[in-house]
Every structure is written in structure tokens, then in C-alpha cells.
Design a protein around this ligand. Structure first.
Ligand code: 2P0
Length: 330
């Protein structure tokens, strides 16, 4: 009745930005991401422990919406395993990277929670079921159940049962690919992704254009990954990040996640490319650019980031599946 799982975060190359169903977390469009190692979150779940559900995240007792999101996933597992009468759950989760790094620790956290909760409940290992389950906690989490490069298919059904992620390439497909995360600001962002994307859906005149382009972008990304075409993938990543940010820049109120150092680094990467260094950025809902490059150029990417005032870089490689561990957190 107890299981522990380690999962990696993921970074979208074709981004998810906007829901067609807020309650079920169903996106308007498909997205495609790279799972990032070595960053990870470990989560232990036990059922039948104590008299009430207990949720601890990074050393703190979770409250409010954070707790509710975890309980939603645990409740879904209890409903699926109804004959097992699982009882109250205890969940402890710890990440090895700061939430403020601008990478969604929630993606790794909910992927680890979904896989661990299913295992603790005695449900069979099933990446699709775990992806569907983790999506109820956080949309992007459904892409962290498996490693390598995963595509979250938007689906068509109102109940969301066809909206989950599948692995398109595993982590061994392109081991030389690198993502260098450049930390230019550790400030907590003022507008969370969930609110930022909702604002874009509801008020941005550019939103329909963003959605229209997305499915074709995913197909192109798949093609470039298959061919290991770094330049084509890099150019597409930049374009897709700009378009996501453009929807929010045009929203009401406008939302700008970029900081001066973000732009400085983006321009510096362009200069590097003129010198033949293969470096392209992508940018999530925050100011910290992530630099797509290859193993031979990750030090050059790091140097470019530091020269533009990054305080730290995290060098990432394609990561693997969420995995069961033998050692528990409690
Ligand atoms: C992504 N982001 O595709 C996009 C790009 C941020 C920018 O998914 O509301 O934490 O829990 O579904 O998944 C971050 O948003 O939002 C995100 P919810 P989530 O990775």
C-alpha cells in the first residue's frame, strides 16, 4: 500500500497555453515536450495511513488549492480501486530543484504522484492511465510520465479520456541533445501559468491564431526530432515560444514574462548563431530562457548565458520514464 516514484520535469518545444475545459484540464491544442534529466521530484504515497489525508510538499504541509489538487488525484485513484477500500492517504513529495527556477516542478510532482498512487493502490502499471490521472493535477504533468519526447494529444472527447500524452521518441533517440536552463531571475512570477493562459484564452485577439497553428507545429516538431535536425527544431522552438508569449502580450491586461536579461540573452544567442554556434531559446511562462543546443556546444551556451547576467545554469539531457524506487520518503 506504499510506493515511491521519481519523475523528471519536462520542457515544451511546442507549448500548451490555454484550456478548453478548466475543470478537467483539457487543452485547446496538442503540445510536445522534452523530459529533462537530471532534475527530478520524488514522491511517496501510502494508503491506509492515519485518520485523514496528509499532504507534504517540500517539507511543508500543503494547504488550500495545492492540497486540493493532490487530493483530486488521490480521490480518482480511490474511485478506480474502489474494491480495495484504500482509506486515508499520506503523500510526501520532494523536488531536487527550486520551484522558482521557472521550470514546472508541478509537472514532475504530479507525474510522480500519479504513478506512485496507482502503484500504492495495487493498480497495474499503465502509462496512459497515469498520464490521464496526472493531467487532473496539472496539464503539463501528463507529459512527464514517460521519458524522451512526449506529445500530449489534445483529444476531442468532452470527458477528456482521449487527452493524454504518448512517447514519440525515448531518451536514447537523441542523447546529444541538450537544454541549458539559464536562471536570470529567481523572483516568484506575479501571474501563474494557470491564470496567464486563462487570460490569453479569454481576452487575446491572437489566441485563435495560436490554436490554429499548433497541431501543424507538433507534426513538424516530430519530423525534426525524427531527423535530428537541430537547426529546424531550434528555429521552430523560438517561433513557438514567441507566439505563445505574443498571445499574452496582446491580452487584457497584457502579460509580459520577459525581463531585460531575458531579451539580452535572446539577442546574444542570435549573435552566437551568426558565428556558427547552434543555440536557440525557448521560454516558458517566466523570464528564464532555456537554450536548445547539442553536447558539443553546451559550454558555449552556458558561457553566453553567464555573459548576459545569468546567475546559474542547469545543463539538462533527455530524461527517462517516471520510475518506481525501492527507498521511501517515510
Ligand atoms: C507547457 N506551460 O506546455 C506550458 C508552456 C507553461 C508555458 O504547461 O493549469 O502548470 O496546471 O494545467 O501545466 C505550465 O502550466 O498549468 C505549462 P495547469 P501547467 O509546458
Amino acid at each position: 500500500m506504499k510506493a515511491t516514484v521519481r519523475a523528471h520535469p519536462n520542457l515544451a518545444l511546442v507549448k500548451y497555453w490555454g484550456k478548453r475545459d478548466d475543470a478537467l484540464i483539457l487543452p485547446h491544442q496538442s503540445s510536445l515536450s522534452m523530459t529533462l534529466s537530471p532534475l527530478s521530484v520524488r514522491t511517496t504515497v501510502a494508503f491506509g495511513a492515519g485518520s485523514a489525508d496528509e499532504v507534504e510538499l517540500n517539507g511543508y504541509v500543503a494547504k488550500g488549492s495545492e492540497r486540493d489538487r493532490v487530493l483530486r488525484v488521490l480521490d480518482a485513484v480511490r474511485a478506480e480501486a474502489k474494491d480495495a477500500k484504500l482509506g486515508p492517504a499520506k503523500m510526501v513529495s520532494r523536488g531536487d530543484f527550486p520551484a522558482s527556477a521557472g521550470l514546472a516542478s508541478s509537472a514532475a510532482g504530479f507525474a510522480a504522484l500519479a504513478v506512485a498512487a496507482r502503484a500504492a493502490a495495487g493498480l497495474p502499471a499503465d502509462p496512459r492511465a497515469a498520464s490521464l490521472l496526472s493531467r487532473l493535477g496539472s496539464g503539463s504533468a501528463c507529459r512527464s510520465v514517460q521519458g524522451g519526447f512526449c506529445e500530449w494529444m489534445r483529444g476531442e472527447r468532452p470527458d477528456g479520456m482521449d487527452s493524454y500524452a504518448v512517447q514519440r521518441f525515448d531518451e536514447k533517440h537523441w542523447p546529444e541533445l541538450r537544454m541549458v536552463v539559464a536562471i536570470v531571475s529567481r523572483d516568484e512570477k506575479e501571474v501563474k501559468s494557470r491564470d496567464g493562459m486563462k487570460n490569453a484564452v479569454e481576452t487575446s485577439p491572437y489566441y485563435p491564431a495560436w490554436v490554429k497553428d499548433a497541431e501543424a507545429e507538433v507534426v513538424r516538431a516530430r519530423e525534426f526530432l525524427a531527423k535530428k535536425d537541430l537547426q529546424a527544431l531550434g528555429e521552430m522552438c523560438e517561433r513557438n515560444a514567441w507566439r505563445m508569449h505574443a498571445t499574452s502580450l496582446a491580452a487584457d491586461p497584457p502579460l509580459c514574462y520577459l525581463m531585460p536579461k531575458t531579451l539580452e540573452l535572446i539577442h546574444s544567442l542570435r549573435e552566437q548563431r551568426k558565428k556558427g554556434v547552434p543555440v536557440w531559446f525557448t521560454l516558458d511562462a517566466g523570464p528564464n530562457p532555456c537554450i536548445l543546443t547539442d553536447a558539443a556546444h553546451e559550454l558555449a551556451a552556458e558561457a553566453a548565458a553567464m555573459a548576459c547576467g545569468a546567475t546559474e545554469v542547469v545543463r539538462c539531457v533527455p530524461g527517462g520514464d517516471a520510475q518506481l524506487l525501492g527507498e521511501h520518503l517515510f
